[in-house]
Design a protein around this ligand. Structure first.
Ligand code: CA2
Length: 139
């Protein structure tokens, strides 16, 4: 089974700023925990701050991987282009948000991506990525 985790803009800052919202752990630290927890899965990680690079990666893996766990960051609330990319591939995409976007500013309540995804996990911290992988294992 091949699963890719994609993180979008500013998520490279995890663990360094705003720990009250996003926690103290860097994603690199968390990813090594995930690799140990799921030794049988071919697990990849991609982070980028550019919309086009995220779209290119979705196209690259979107016909061969078994699942994508994606946190598109703020592009979630703005990007019809990423929504179209998700809609254009065969690999199912699960949306994850570390914070509870529905308990934050109203501009974070809407996701352009959610209708194109198999589901969304929000507000559970980094555990959301773990649960996203579990979903692809069990479905
Ligand atoms: O809760 C999430 O996972 C978000 O996708 C995070 C995005 C935000 O724009 C979405 O509304 C919800 C922001 C990511 C910024 O990450 C940072 C991490 C540490 C320090 C500063 C920013």
């Amino acid at each position: 089974m091949k699963i890719l985790i994609i993180n979008g803009p500013n998520l490279n800052l995890l663990g360094r700023r705003e720990p009250e919202i996003y926690g103290h752990q860097t994603f690199a630290e968390y990813f090594s925990i995930l690799e140990k927890k799921f030794p049988t899965i071919h697990l990849d990680y991609f982070q980028n701050n550019s919309e086009g690079k995220l779209i290119d990666k979705i196209h690259e893996v979107g016909f061969s991987y078994d699942g994508i766990v994606m946190n598109a960051g703020a592009y979630t609330h703005t990007s019809i282009a990423i929504a179209d990319a998700i809609g254009g591939i065969t690999t199912p995409v699960l949306e994850v948000h570390i914070s509870n976007i529905h308990a934050r500013e109203t501009f974070r309540h809407h996701s352009y991506l959610a209708p194109k995804c198999v589901g969304s996990i929000v507000g559970l911290g980094l555990i959301g990525y773990d649960l996203g992988i579990e979903y692809f294992l069990k479905r």
